[in-house]
Design a protein around this ligand. Structure first.
Ligand SMILES: C[S@@+](CC[C@H](N)C(=O)[O-])C[C@H]1O[C@@H](n2cnc3c(N)ncnc32)[C@H](O)[C@@H]1O
Length: 273
């Protein structure tokens, strides 16, 4: 890539809302993205969290660990970078390349079989991943076992901006020229509204919710990344996602963040037999 190209990419990926992210190499963000930019989304989440140096943070569903690297670098926290699909060794290499091997600990784990001691973490975050496992009504009460009383909790997830109305718009199910379909129920079937997620946590009575909101223009950031990937021949799943976002114009698709803290007086860790 020549330097002219470099600076054009830098300009496209520099969003005024995310000044910390602007310091990160845009090619690195593209090479490691598994969702519509974990670095931007993590910065947005951290606006409503209060992470302090030395805290132990679980980054659940960290993918290629860009969010973990961002957390360690920006806030000086220690991060356990946990993921199912991405090998821990691959993440270790990325973490070492970032010079953060003493601060970030990669591991492969399934979100329902976390290998940690009870009350270990000061905070848990999850970026573009919690909807793969966290819609289970019993999941939050399992996850909190690993958190200290009062620990911070924050997630960002692709979501619905309003409840679905039927019939669904044709761009949900249309097969695009390359035969890809965006609204694959195996991927998008766990998209919900902000109110849904808020209630999903609130009803457990385990968490005090401090923030539950949608990202302004989130769909535009998502589309921007799809367009940048298109221009650079980096689309992994075909053009359906890009075309559906364009057709949708933020009516249904975007991001929400949910942040809060674990109540201090919850019962002792409890697991189903
Ligand atoms: C769309 S990717 C996002 C990865 C990364 N957070 C990012 O934003 O680039 C979703 C991630 O969730 C993780 N994931 C899905 N189901 C999981 C499970 N049951 N346990 C642990 N991680 C899971 C996958 O391994 C994957 O890396």
């Amino acid at each position: 890539m020549n330097s002219e190209h470099d600076s054009a990419l830098q300009a496209r990926m520099t969003l005024p809302q995310f000044p910390r992210s602007a310091k990160y190499d845009p090619q690195w963000m593209l090479d490691n993205e598994m969702g519509p930019n974990a670095v931007w989304l993590t910065e947005w989440l951290c606006e409503v969290m209060d992470l302090k140096p030395g805290m132990r943070v679980l980054d659940l569903g960290c993918g290629k660990a860009m969010s973990s690297i961002f957390l360690a670098r920006e806030f000086g926290v220690q991060v356990w970078a946990a993921d199912l699909w991405i090998a821990a060794t691959e993440n270790r290499e990325r973490i070492e390349a970032a010079g953060l091997a003493d601060q970030i600990f990669p591991l492969n784990t399934e979100a329902h079989a976390l290998p940690f001691a009870d009350k270990f973490f000061d905070a848990v975050i999850s970026v573009d991943a919690y909807h793969y496992f966290g819609t289970d009504d019993l999941y939050l009460s399992y996850l909190v076992n690993f958190l200290k009383p009062g620990a911070q909790m924050g997630i960002v997830i692709p979501s619905l901006m309003q409840p679905l109305q039927y019939p669904l718009p044709d761009y949900f199910t249309r097969s695009w020229e390359d035969q890809s379909v965006f609204w694959d129920p195996r991927e998008c079937g766990s998209f919900h509204t902000c109110d849904w997620w808020k209630e999903h946590w609130e009803k457990t009575d385990l968490v005090t919710i401090e923030q539950a909101d949608t990202q302004p223009e989130g769909w535009k950031h998502w589309l921007l990344l799809e367009e940048i990937k298109t221009d650079r021949n980096m689309l992994r799943f075909g053009e359906a996602e890009r075309e559906a976002l364009k057709a949708d114009q933020g009516r249904y698709f975007g991001f929400i963040r949910l942040a809060g803290s674990l109540r201090r007086d919850i019962p002792e860790p409890w697991r189903m037999p």
